[in-house]
Ligand binder design. Sequence first.
Ligand code: MN
Length: 379
Amino acid sequence: MSKIISIKNISVIGCSGSIGKQCADIVRLYPERFSLRAVAANKDVCEAVRQANEFGVKYVAFSDTSVADEYNLSGCKAELLLGEEGILKICEDPESDIIVMSVSGFAGIKYTLHALKCGKRVAVATKEVLVSAGAIIKQYIALYGGSIVPIDSEHSAVMQCIEAGGRENVNKIILTASGGPFRKMCLEDLYKVTPKDALAHPTWNMGKKITIDSATLMNKGLEVIEASVLFDCDADDIQVAVHPQSIIHSMVEFKDGSTVALLDNADMRNPILYALSYPEREIRKTPPFDIFSLPPLTFERPDFSRFKCLSLAYDVLNKGGIYPCVMNAANEKAVELFLNEKIGFMDIYDFVSKRVEETANISEPTLLDIIEADRYARR
Ligand code: MN
């Protein structure tokens, strides 16, 4: 008997970024499965309106209210919503099945919590949200019945590996890391790295913030914390393996000693498709994965002495409380300063660790504590 398959309505918060555009691509490839219900951007009117008109969305929203004065939006066929209120309206829209959270950084927290409060499935690409407010997000899921599915490729892989072997049998999670562009660079040369050097990632094509985070390995540190939130485990249960080919997207070792790995092309559309179609699986329309064209796969232990951001993240995860939030906020600020050539590459760690050190922890922070800690760490 054939199953009745319904079309899922997707709303993308952060439609103009790298993940947002690749979400649009998935909807374009699978019109029989997904429909774009709403798109939201900060102020990239051009891309948002283009998507809105191509997909015939119901709502288009901009968090920056000044766009209404600065641009002529008469060519936009969708209903226009402005400011934070407008984006919250998209998050609570009863017609929307899945909210994709792909805004850059901490700003996504309010929207994520609002969507969860409305019982939505939130496909999260913005790891900063999970890192900063993990405990509160878990409370909301327990209270209101919404759910989180990761878009981050490593966590998508871990989720799929866990599905294969069962949550109760997990021994440890092994997150793979490309190692970034400076994997082999000596300490002396690391001090001379410019934003341009750091923005050239060897295997993934991504936004600026995450590309810098990949170069410092802070991205992997944030992902260790993200994994602890998503899969309810401690720092000790999560290991990082440098795997420069980015073919294995992560692994899970089970208690019987067997390890399950997920192999695929380095194409974010694959974890996006999984997050949008879960628990179903779709027939692939992106380029096929070909094991015969693979380079030899290698694994190394990360060098914690050169990439201190990774050990800082483990430290912060062990301490808990507001520290993950403080580390994340300080890192967002430090990356911004580095991109504007105000601080050097190796200053990123110093800046972040100093902000963490000078903060007194709060063990069970409320949402207000988190928002305050975030604001303070960026001052
Ligand atoms: Mn990732």
